[in-house]
Design a protein around this ligand. Structure first.
Ligand code: PMP
Length: 364
């Protein structure tokens, strides 16, 4: 009996997401998965350690109440406007299930964006309708709004700032989308917003169809803890909770809840590290421009850059030989010349720039 016949037929049709590599190579300059180069808040680490010492024999709070209260306080929301999950990937998966399955209607999204969105569409059987980015690789809000206003759609999903371009949209543009799609959810994934973007959280009070998704993996340096959140009107949060409670009562363990709570409350550390990342980003962008790169304006903790006349895949491979990892996307072809470079510490950024300069000089 072949293995596939043991599986539900849908398994063969899935096209899983491929995460960036996590190799264990000593001395590697790892700028490929948009992690924060700085460690988490010392208060978060102390909270995880304390949580490890007490109560691991007991299940965690299924509602993650303390964490939801901390997030609500941080964002000027009520606790019933906050949902949390095991990384924002899980929050997104639940949101796609809860809001975008409408027979015969397709979910609108930019053609170049976080590639997991299409994976969730495949998982839940949601049709996707892709709207091309404009010539400058910005999200074409006019086209998305016009399409939404024109006829039924299952909703709109976009990342702001977008990935992998790093380019952000002003809030007025988000409001345009909300107005064009009042009958369906507009999901704004703000994974990178703390590095200079404009958050739509303040629009929640006026827009019952807005869901904003955040992660603690980037600006809170907690990619290893797996904590994400969604903010929206209470009926949307209730829907997400129904889905979560039909899937896993305890997606956030005791360590994650304790560490995330402390990280959210350590505002001084959060501000210091995100500003350091933005400062390093601007220096790195200038250094790459001096080497001849075209660098898209980034409001995220990564740069999307290409060198005219150099092949993106080849540059990434040559950097890898020099123990510098960046991310390259071969598809769609339009972005194949680009490298996505996570912003590191000044030392990591210098190492990248030196490696790039050496490659360009060697003319390989
Ligand atoms: N959204 C976007 C746009 C991302 O780039 C990522 C990180 N790959 C995520 C969501 C998921 O982040 P996490 O699951 O670590 O919270």
């Amino acid at each position: 009996m072949s293995i596939p016949s043991l599986c539900s037929p849908v398994v063969e049709r899935l096209e899983p997401y491929v995460p960036g590599e996590q190799p264990r190579i000593a001395g590697l300059v790892k700028l490929n998965t948009n992690e924060n180069p700085y460690p988490p808040s010392p208060r978060a680490i102390a909270a995880v350690e304390a949580a490890a010492r007490e109560g691991l024999q007991l299940y965690p709070d299924p509602q993650s109440l303390a964490l939801r209260e901390a997030l609500a306080a941080a964002h000027g929301l009520q606790t019933d406007q906050v949902f949390v999950g095991n990384g924002s990937d899980e929050v997104l998966a639940h949101a796609f299930f809860a809001f975008f399955q409408h027979a015969g209607e397709r979910l609108l999204m930019p053609d170049i964006t976080y590639s997991f969105y299409r994976v969730y569409c495949g998982l839940w059987g949601i049709g996707a309708e892709l709207q091309p980015l404009d010539a400058g690789l910005a999200v074409d809000v006019g086209a998305l709004a016009a399409r939404a206003a024109q006829g039924p759609c299952a909703g709109i999903v976009l990342a702001n700032p977008n990935a992998p371009t790093g380019m952000g949209l002003p809030l007025a543009q988000i409001e345009r989308l909300l107005a064009a799609c009042p009958q369906r959810v507009v999901l704004v994934d703000e994974a990178y917003v703390d590095f200079g973007g404009e958050s739509a959280v303040g629009l929640i009070a006026r827009h019952p169809n807005l869901l904003v998704v955040h992660t603690l993996s980037k600006s809170r340096s907690l990619a290893g803890l797996r904590v994400g959140a969604a903010f929206g009107a209470p009926p949307l949060i209730d829907a997400l909770t129904r889905v979560k409670d039909s899937f896993n009562s305890y997606p956030l363990d005791r360590l994650a809840q304790a560490g995330a709570c402390a990280a959210v409350q350590d505002v001084a550390y959060f501000d210091a590290t995100r500003h350091a990342v933005m400062h390093n980003r601007d220096g790195l962008a200038r250094a790459l421009q001096e080497l001849g790169f075209e660098v898209l304006p980034s409001q995220a903790n990564f740069l999307f850059a290409r060198h005219p006349g150099r092949d993106g895949a080849q540059l990434a491979a040559l950097l890898r030989e020099r123990a510098v990892l960046v991310r390259h996307f071969a598809r769609p072809e339009r972005i194949a010349p680009y490298l996505r470079i996570s912003v590191g510490t000044p030392a990591q950024c210098d190492a990248l720039v030196r490696a790039v300069a050496a490659i360009l000089a060697s003319n390989r």
